[in-house]
Every structure is written in C-alpha cells, then in structure tokens.
Design a protein around this ligand. Structure first.
Ligand code: FES
Length: 121
C-alpha cells in the first residue's frame, strides 16, 4: 500500500466523500479506495463546521489507526487515537501529542466542504 501523492487509488480532487450532516459532531469516518492492487486509506474528522482529513497510516509503526470502522476519535472526541499503541493526535493538524511518536504527525489528506458535501482536495 502506498500513501503518497502518486498512489493511483487516491481519489481525485473534487471527489465527493459524504454529506457533512452524515458525520457526528465530533465524529469521524474512514474511506478506502482501490485501483488495481493499490489501496488508499484515509479518514476525515469533523469538529463543528471544521473537517480535516488524514492518510490512515500511523507515523509510529505504520498501522491503520482504527480497529473498529470509523472509530478514529477518543471517547471525548478531543483527539485522534491510534488503537495499536495509543498515540494521540490533534484533529486540527494531526500532530502527535501523546504516546510513542510525540512530535511526529499524520499526513494530511486535504478535504473541503462544498455546499454541505465533504470533498477530497
Ligand atoms: S502504530 Fe500507531 S501508535 Fe503504534
């Protein structure tokens, strides 16, 4: 699996992902796209009207973050949690603030909200 910009499975800019109203506040959702044998895994996080997106690849040991579908946030919704070894990331910028990779960051997957629909950037 590749998570770089050249991944052919990465959805094109402008690809609709989901209506904003489908996301809890705070809430998160994962996405998987496939192109031939390539996979793109990403997720989005909503907090209020702000939505951020990240590649689903932990900077600690490279695992996808969520063990349960769409469960990327801590129970209080304040942080993104990697369930493998407990890394905590800020939802706004993906920087790790707790756990085994403090100071490293998730790779951004730019998204935007257009007319109430979250779209890939
Ligand atoms: S792989 Fe995410 S904390 Fe270890």
């Amino acid at each position: 699996m590749s998570d770089d910009d050249d991944n052919p499975a990465r959805p094109a800019a402008g690809t609709p992902l989901c209506p904003l109203d489908d996301l809890a506040d705070p809430g998160s959702r994962g996405f998987m796209y496939r192109a031939s044998d390539q996979l793109f895994l990403g997720f989005i996080v909503r907090r209020g009207e702000a939505v951020t997106g990240f590649i689903d690849h932990c900077p600690h040991a490279g695992m996808p973050l969520a063990m349960l579908p769409d469960r990327y946030l801590t129970r209080d919704g304040d942080f993104i949690l990697c369930t493998s070894h407990g890394a905590l990331f800020r939802p706004g910028d993906g920087v790790c603030v707790g756990g085994p990779c403090v100071g490293k960051a998730l790779t951004a997957w730019p998204v935007s909200v257009d007319a109430g629909v979250v779209t890939a950037g």
